[in-house]
Every structure is written in structure tokens, then in C-alpha cells.
Design a protein around this ligand. Structure first.
Ligand code: 13P
Length: 253
């Protein structure tokens, strides 16, 4: 049985005051969703605040990105060791916004995955197709390419320490969610592709759905056999919405 994980990706939002308030509200609600693992990924500069507020609670925290480099003259970058220093357990790698806006290709994402793992962080590897790719009928080919880059570099066994998030690009921040059937189809494809390499890793692998997940659509998504939680953007900025999604994950167990 895979414990569901709901992780909030705050993206570039908030302030010290709003981050503190949001963390306090999530903390107050987490006991009611105990069957779901809960994590938040605030902007880098609020990680020390997350560490101060969340240490010794049931809530984990992580970063939205990391450097491939360990130390030195890399202006503006943040290393894996720095994330550990802030108590992070998770780090998102290969988010579609990193891929499309900041030119991170499959190779770079695979390197980030490797660097995170080597440091003892749990990488959340994002994969997903654009609308154009879906309409061309190449969704599975795109996902396979993104996944295989990590498997080729690290071996399928490396996925045991990580998490995969399927985030169709056309569903991110658009209010357009994949149907449970569409999402399940891709999640099953991902699990099958990993199973072809290592069946036991595939069985234990948590595959999250991300893309306009809300309290109102979370339950039907979480009810799918290969959907093990969510990576939440917009709804992660409103405590009641985020906790509502966690509640759906809790109830799905
Ligand atoms: P939304 O939930 O805002 O669609 O964002 C999803 C996402 O990109 C999470 O990483």
C-alpha cells in the first residue's frame, strides 16, 4: 500500500507574512488528514521559515529547484547541501516551468535528480506533455523520453527514493484538469515503464497528479489505482483548499 503524498508547490508567490499564516493554517489542519503525507515547497527564501514552523510536525518541506553544482562561483544558484541545511526532505526537479522557461532539458533534469539523490533529498520528478504533443498523439513518447533520461542515468532502482509527478502542461494553472481516465492512463503507463525495469520499485513508486487539482476534483483523481496523491499549485496557496485536497487523499486510503 502506497501512502498518498500531497505536496504544495507555491511557485513564486507570497511574503513572509503570508507564508507564516499559510504554514500556521496547514499545521492546524494536518492532524485531520493523517493518512496522507503532507509537504510544502515554498520559494527558497522561505525555507528557513518553514524549518522554524514545521520542525517536529507531521508536515515535510522541500524546494522547487536545486543547482547541479555543489559549491562555488554559480551566482544565483542554491545547492543540495543548502537545502539540507534548511531541513528540506524534498526537491522538485524538472517542473515544466523550469523546462520551458529556463531551458532545462532531459539531461539537466536527470543530473539534478542524481544530485538530489546523492545528497539524500527525495526528488519529485515532474513529467508531462504539452497540448500540442497530446493532440499529435505523442503523449506516451514524451513521457517515456523524460522518464528514460533519469532511468538511463541512474537505473530504475534510483526511483525508489523519489516520487514522480505527472503534470500535463495544458492542465497547469489553466483550470482544465485531466479527466481521471486520462490521468490514470498516463500514470499506468509510467508505472508499467518502470515495472519493465524493476517490478518492485514500480509497485512502491508514488506517482502524483498535478494540474488544476482542487478539493472538488481531487477525490475522483485519487480514486484511480495509479494516482498516489497530488502536486498542487494554485490551490496550495489557500490553506482550506490545500487541506481539502489532503482530505481527499486521506479518505482515499
Ligand atoms: P496548478 O495546481 O496551479 O495547476 O499547478 C500545478 C503545478 O504546476 C504544480 O507543480
Amino acid at each position: 500500500m502506497r501512502q498518498p503524498l500531497v505536496a504544495g508547490n507555491w511557485k513564486m508567490n507570497g511574503s513572509t507574512a503570508s507564508a507564516r499564516a499559510l504554514l500556521a493554517d496547514i499545521k492546524a489542519g494536518v492532524a485531520a488528514v493523517a493518512k496522507c503525507e503532507v509537504a510544502v515547497c515554498p520559494p527558497f527564501i522561505y525555507l528557513p521559515l518553514a524549518q522554524a514552523e514545521l520542525t517536529n510536525t507531521a508536515i515535510a518541506w522541500g524546494a522547487q529547484n536545486l543547482s547541479t553544482e555543489a559549491v562555488g562561483a554559480f551566482t544565483g544558484e542554491i545547492s543540495a547541501a543548502m537545502l539540507l541545511d534548511c531541513g528540506c526532505s524534498y526537491v522538485i526537479v524538472g517542473h515544466s516551468e523550469r523546462r520551458t522557461l529556463y531551458g532545462e532539458d532531459d539531461q539537466r533534469v536527470a543530473t539534478k535528480f542524481a544530485v538530489a539523490l546523492a545528497a539524500g533529498l527525495k526528488p519529485i520528478l515532474c513529467v508531462g506533455e504539452t497540448l500540442e504533443e497530446r493532440e499529435q498523439g505523442i503523449t506516451e513518447a514524451v513521457i517515456a523520453r523524460q522518464l528514460d533520461a533519469v532511468i538511463a542515468a541512474q537505473g530504475a532502482s534510483a526511483l525508489a527514493a523519489g516520487v514522480i509527478a505527472y503534470e500535463p502542461v495544458w492542465a497547469i494553472g489553466t483550470g482544465k484538469t485531466a479527466t481521471p481516465e486520462q490521468a490514470q492512463q498516463v500514470h499506468a503507463f509510467i508505472r508499467g515503464r518502470v515495472a519493465a525495469q524493476d517490478a518492485s520499485v514500480a509497485e512502491g513508486l508514488r506517482i502524483l497528479y498535478g494540474g488544476s487539482m482542487k478539493p472538488g476534483n481531487a477525490a475522483e483523481l485519487m480514486a484511480q489505482p495509479d494516482i498516489d496523491g497530488g502536486l498542487i499549485g494554485g490551490a496550495a496557496l489557500v490553506a482550506s483548499d490545500f487541506l481539502g485536497i489532503c482530505r481527499a487523499a486521506h479518505d482515499s486510503v
